[in-house]
Design a protein around this ligand. Structure first.
Ligand SMILES: [Zn+2]
Length: 389
């Protein structure tokens, strides 16, 4: 059984004796007589750090006959019986404690004000998620977030206790367990009382900040994505860099970028409308000139950037005049889109032959096929104009 030093979250360096070292796949499971490394639990990942110069990537807890044992996942073997100096990754631990204590604080406030209960919690690499059994409004969440940050400025104490069974019976706390003894209670003075096994910061000031990033419906309740402390600062900096880049690209003040994007979208819509009007005019001109020129056997007409409906309209007009096939083709270089129409040739039967001659893809009905060609303008023109001999 490992003596647990991690109950005291301020212990980040300690000396211990190696009790066992066993190879497990590519790593070694190290057991010490005592440990301040927190083994994964309560939604918080296991600590990383060093035992002497061996890298500890993770820490887990396993149940044995003698009690709970902490396994340190090491990249190197360490001699059993040796006395070792151990160091926990301080910043990683701090960030996790900030997120975890921040989550207790926010949940305690939400629970106190609106009665919702936390039914899930996870500290991930991207953010911390907290699941509620109800659906608070945006305004309620913003209000609770504000109160949480006020509590941070008040620097309230966060204490760990193991109340006796009598005290526990009468204690109003979250995550009420069936256990009657050895229940670890984390109390945020004036804001929250909750059973939890993980390390926490010693006062709310050390959380730094609680920020709700987003929330969504989840299993009939709400999943809140949140970040605290240094993780919240990193997120702010990432988002600020984005805002600055957009602000500079749009020549708009940072607080006006949403307006600038809306204006840009309007301009794009107007330009699209204008381009479509020009294309429609072009399509009409093509149809007029086809009618003026009169009947033909095969014909292939090239045009630029017409939309699907304009191409179909031209193809329908062309089919009326074609003894063989009519093709309208759009594009440049070796990449073209086509619509081919006919009233006399069964195009569904011929589509394979046409596509394979011009590196194409596509298909359609007996009277009209569409798709793309991968061939030169000249090759397309000469094949289609001479189609069927
Ligand atoms: Zn907890």
């Amino acid at each position: 059984m490992t003596v647990k030093l991690f109950d005291n979250s301020s212990i980040l360096e300690f000396d211990a004796t190696v009790v066992s070292c066993e190879k497990n796949k590519k790593e070694y499971d190290i057991i010490l007589d005592k440990s301040a490394f927190f083994p994964e639990g309560g939604g918080q990942p296991g600590d990383s750090g060093y035992i002497e110069n061996a890298r500890i990537s993770d820490t887990k807890e396993i149940k044995t006959d003698e009690g709970l044992v902490v396994l340190h996942k090491s990249d190197k073997p360490i001699e059993v019986g040796s006395n070792v100096h151990c160091r926990i990754d301080e910043e990683t631990r701090l960030r996790r404690m900030q997120n975890h204590s921040g989550e207790h604080l926010l949940t305690g406030i939400i629970h106190g004000k609106y009665g919702y209960t936390n039914v899930g919690f996870h500290i991930g690499s991207a953010d911390t998620t907290l699941d509620l059994d109800g659906t608070p409004t945006d305004q309620q969440l913003a209000e609770c977030e504000f109160i949480a940050n006020k509590a941070i400025s008040e620097d309230k104490s966060i204490t760990i206790t193991y109340p006796d069974s009598e005290t526990l019976k009468n204690l109003d706390y979250r995550s009420k367990l069936d256990l009657t003894e050895n229940v670890r209670i984390v109390t945020i003075d004036g804001y929250d009382v909750c059973a939890c096994c993980a390390p926490h910061v010693s006062s709310t000031g050390k959380i730094g900040m609680v920020k709700v990033i987003s929330h969504e419906s989840y299993k009939g309740g709400t999943r809140i994505h949140m970040l605290c402390g240094l993780d919240a600062l990193d997120d702010y900096n990432k988002k600020l860099a984005n805002v600055k880049a957009i602000s500079s690209a749009l020549s708009a003040k940072p607080e006006k970028i949403a307006d600038a994007v809306a204006k840009l979208q309007e301009e794009v819509a107007n330009l699209r409308k204008f381009a479509n009007e020009i294309n429609q005019q072009k399509a009409n001109e093509i149809i007029e000139s086809l009618k003026k020129e009169g009947e033909f056997k095969n014909k292939c007409v090239f045009a630029n950037s017409l939309d699907r409906k304009q191409l179909t309209d031209i193809a329908n007009a062309g089919a009326e005049l074609a003894g063989g096939i009519f093709a309208i083709v759009c594009g440049e270089g070796e990449n073209y889109n086509y619509v081919i129409s006919s009233k006399s040739v069964n195009l569904r039967d011929k589509s394979k032959e046409i596509n394979s001659a011009l590196g194409g893809k596509g298909g359609g009905s007996n009277t009209m096929i569409q798709g793309s060609f991968n061939a030169s303008r000249q090759a397309i023109s000469s094949f289609l104009e001479n189609f069927g001999g």
